[in-house]
Design a protein around this ligand. Structure first.
Ligand code: CUA
Length: 324
């Protein structure tokens, strides 16, 4: 960090802990903190400067009996106006460029095929996490140093995923999928908070985030007490069986009334009326709920909508991923 942390100053003044920001625990935290303190210091500097000048001018130019009546002010001072336009402009351009660069680097990260994938499901008023190999848990488990992609959805209303130590926050929106890519850097236990007001027990919508020190410890947790058939993919398969999806969609790759499920995940489909669509989470959701919106070319428009619970939908997605 280039700047002395203002929080240690504030802490010293308040006699509190040396820092009021929690200790950073993700790869994004250091730069986002530096950006935060840069903006805070710039604001503090100008606030102090303006207040000092206001007080100084009030004292210096106050009305006194000995002072003659003021002359009318000139109606413009081009040099001065340029100065107070160009300097703030330069400062906000620096803030913008730094923030945009940090956003691209830490928040809008490209998809990483080696990343650990965890499905996050928010509902009033709890969280559920489906980890790889299908282990579901009310706690989120991660590995220190391993990049993780969280795919988030909501079963009811708007929620928001926030772990203060990671310095990252993401809305969890009903009817669509949102993502967060993060790399935890410190092993330990953290608190996940819902930061979008979602009803009477919003304040209790917390969960534990356990960051394992290494992959071995995470793998041991994954194996611990898991029934072999409670995976999301198994749930999805059961949903498809129950609803008779296989009557029109084969899993063998053979052609039927609808496109085969085999290899469907990640494929780019040609659509009726032109255009293409990649089979991802959002596409699967739309195709289940509103099958007529994006019809794959060469197949009859006969599929009825298949509304289902959010977790069943996640199951179908995981099931499709297994049919490669
Ligand atoms: Cu969920 Cu607030």
């Amino acid at each position: 960090m280039l700047l002395p942390p203002l929080d240690s100053l504030a802490g010293a003044l308040l006699g509190a802990a040396p820092s009021y920001l929690p200790a950073p625990a993700s790869s994004a935290a250091a730069e986002l903190d530096a950006l935060f303190w840069f903006v805070a210091w710039v604001c503090a500097f100008f606030l102090g400067l303006i207040i000092a000048l206001v007080i100084a001018f009030v004292l210096k130019y106050r009305r006194r009996a000995s002072r003659p009546e003021p002359e009318p002010s000139p109606d413009r001072a081009t040099g001065l106006e340029l100065l107070w336009t160009v300097i703030p402009l330069a400062i906000v351009i620096v803030m913008f460029a730094w923030s945009a660069q940090a956003y691209v680097k830490h928040v809008d990260r490209p998809s990483d095929p080696d990343a650990l994938q965890v499905q996050v499901l928010g509902r009033r008023w709890s969280w559920w996490f489906d980890h790889p190999t299908g282990k579901g848990s009310p706690e989120l488990h991660l590995v220190a140093g391993r990049t993780t992609e969280l795919v988030m959805s909501s079963a009811d209303v708007l929620h928001s995923f926030y772990v203060p130590e990671f310095r990252l926050k993401q809305d969890v929106v009903p009817g669509r999928f949102t993502r967060m890519t993060l790399t935890p850097t410190v092993a330990g236990t953290f608190q996940l908070l819902c930061t979008e007001y979602c009803g009477t027990r919003h304040s209790q919508m917390n969960a534990l985030v356990v960051v394992h020190p290494d992959q071995a410890s995470f793998d041991a947790w994954l194996r611990e007490g898991r029934a072999p058939d409670d995976t999301l993919a198994a749930l999805g398969q059961a949903v498809c069986l129950k609803r008779g999806c296989n009557a029109c969609h084969t899993v063998s790759g053979a052609r039927s009334v609808g496109p085969t499920f085999k290899g469907m995940w990640g494929r780019t489909e040609k659509l009726v009326g032109g255009g293409e669509a990649r089979v991802d989470e959002a596409y699967v959701r739309e195709s289940l709920l509103q099958p007529k919106v994006k019809l794959v070319e060469g197949f009859p428009p006969v599929m009825p909508p298949a509304p289902m619970e959010e977790r069943e939908l996640l199951g179908v997605i995981e099931y499709l991923k297994t049919l490669q």
